[in-house]
Design a binder for this molecule. Structure first.
Ligand code: AMP
Length: 540
């Protein structure tokens, strides 16, 4: 072998901060403050504070690889943690603020967090368990009164310590294979599992996000990550924005449709990213209180399936291009993106929306295959369903502090996603279901996702979730849980419309009307909770 003669230049996150400081020092990061109003500073100020945080953490005696939890909304301090913690050689463990106290305690202890950096506005959520967290040596608080330190053990003020720290810092992350981030999956089944990112995987993922084939933010973009920073590193957007020099708008706790609409219009946001529930809410807000959000060139949506009807409504009524993406915490998270390609140039509107409603093509850096029950690779014909397996530069190879198991990782080096999908001849993937969410009726599969999409495209339906309920005759039957819009839903009309797309046996046996569909910590419909509510086929 003749070795190449290029530099072995480590893929470590400090390079991003240095690049932003040198290339786009004047570009801004703005945070909407909890009480309203804005905090705004430049990438130059940001870089200085990241260095201070590195010194602060080193001064606390943190060793390489130690875990530092964050418990915060999307804001500039949380961004500082995204860089300062890994640059100190530690691991940034983003804690999901929507978990129960019991779940949080489990995850903090499993991760072995030594320090937790806490957004003071969330203190009441952490207070009840703080005294039981004996492994946590320091709680650092921001966004709070000085007296808040009395409410937690071993607590100090983040800003005070930062003010005392020097901004001259030598990063302690020379090795690209060091761990840099830790995120626990939302745990739709079983206990939450930790995904441990390395500097290398996150840098390669960031290059992936920067590619035009994926999201491709540039210096000219104004990016609003609505996706929480605790959901798969805010889909890698903070790293991509800093490297590109894009402006960032951090929404803080203001995630309701009205303030989001106002923020997007006022700040001329060009890229906004969030789960379908958020964009569904925003769409209905804009119908009631119109605003011009046509500044958005990419409304990135992932985390669950974006209904085709909503994609169409955004484009037709609001002039907003929707970019549907599929990912997983285990993929850092980007796997596929459903942008149009040159082959789609001549398609009419309706056909274009069909393409965009798919989860999309695999971005460069991620390889995929679908396999049947026997483990044989299935064809990419757009029809054959199988389990999706992936591998690539930013795909998990094992879970943190857990045995590498065959349930999730195959012996020939693929990650089993647990998603069921088809892939068409041009490489566009369509999720049909989670393996655990498919409805099996009389031996035939029914896709809950397809039914939900069809139901949510109805004028009368705000949200729809379809789950399997046990049935003596068929094994399982679909049950639809609906949140209607103002005037309620007419079941027979819904059935009539479903029959245009699906066979009769796909029709839900029952419709249940609820005020709200329970959501997981990251805002997805919580089918585990729905199954628990309707477990025996009883209608609660
Ligand atoms: P998480 O790691 O919590 O983000 O969950 C990942 C799971 O969310 C995937 O395995 C899919 O089941 C689901 N998911 C993510 N994006 C999409 C999408 N665009 N359409 C349908 N399901 C999605």
């Amino acid at each position: 072998m003749l070795p190449g003669l290029m530099m072995d230049y480590p893929l470590t996150l400090d390079k991003i901060v240095e690049h932003a400081r040198r290339m786009t020092p004047q570009k801004r990061i703005k945070t909407k403050l909890p009480a309203g109003g804005w905090h705004s500073y430049s990438y130059a100020d940001f870089a200085a504070r990241v260095n201070k945080l590195g010194n602060l953490l080193a001064g606390l005696g943190l060793g390489l690889g130690d875990r530092v939890g964050t418990f915060a909304w999307n804001n500039h301090q949380h961004l500082e943690c995204y860089f300062g913690i890994p640059m100190a050689g530690a691991v940034c463990h983003t804690l999901n603020i929507r978990l129960s106290a019991e779940q949080l305690k489990y995850i903090i202890e499993h991760a072995g967090d030594k320090v937790i950096i806490v957004d003071g506005t969330l203190l009441p959520l952490l207070e009840p368990i703080a005294h039981q967290l004996h492994g946590v040596e320091h709680f650092l608080l921001f966004n709070c009164e000085a007296s808040a330190v009395d409410r937690l053990p071993r607590a100090a003020l983040y800003e005070d310590l930062l003010a005392q720290a020097s901004d001259d810092f030598t990063p302690r992350c020379a090795d690209e294979n060091m761990a840099m981030g830790l995120c626990y999956t939302s745990g739709t089944t079983g206990l939450p599992k930790g995904v441990l990112y390395s500097h290398r995987s996150m840098m390669l993922h960031t290059l992936g996000v920067l590619a035009a084939a994926a999201i491709g933010p540039t210096e000219a973009d104004v990016v609003l990550p609505v996706v929480p920073q605790f959901h798969a590193m805010a889909w890698g957007l903070p790293y991509a924005c800093a490297w590109a020099g894009a402006s960032m708008i951090m929404p803080g706790p203001h995630l309701q449709p009205a303030p989001l609409a106002e923020m997007i219009e006022a700040e001329r946001v060009t890229i906004a990213a969030g789960v379908p529930t958020i964009w569904n809410g925003l769409y209905h807000e804009l119908r009631a209180n119109p605003r011009d959000i046509s500044c958005v060139t990419q409304l990135v949506v992932g985390g669950s399936a974006m209904p085709r009807g909503l994609i169409a409504a955004y484009e037709r009524e609001l002039g907003v291009n929707v970019v549907h993406a599929w990912g997983m915490t285990e993929l850092s998270p980007i796997g596929t993106v459903s942008k149009l390609q040159s082959r789609h140039a001549d398609l009419d509107e309706a056909a274009r929306w069909d393409v965009k409603a798919k989860q999309g093509y695999f971005v460069p850096g991620v390889e995929a295959r679908i396999v049947d029950d026997a483990g044989t690779a299935s064809p990419w014909d757009g029809e054959t369903m199988g389990e999706l397996q992936v591998r690539g530069y930013w795909v998990a190879g094992a879970y943190f502090r857990s045995e590498r198991d065959e349930e999730h990782f195959t012996s020939d080096g693929w990650f089993r996603t647990g998603d069921v999908c088809t892939i068409d001849a041009s490489g566009y993937m369509t999720i049909t279901d989670r393996t655990k969410d498919l409805v099996k009726s009389g031996g035939e599969w029914i896709s809950s996702v397809d039914l939900e999409n069809a139901l949510m495209s109805q004028e009368s339906v705000l949200e729809a979730a379809v789950i399997a309920v046990p049935d003596a005759r068929w094994g399982e039957r679909p049950l639809a849980v609906l949140v209607p819009l103002a005037d309620g839903c007419d079941e027979s009309k819904l059935n009539e419309c479903l029959l245009q797309a699906f066979p009769k046996f796909w029709l839900p046996d029952r419709y249940v009307i609820v005020d709200e569909i329970p959501k997981t910590g990251v805002g997805k419909m919580d089918k585990k909770a729905l199954r628990a509510m309707f477990a025996g086929g009883e209608l609660g």
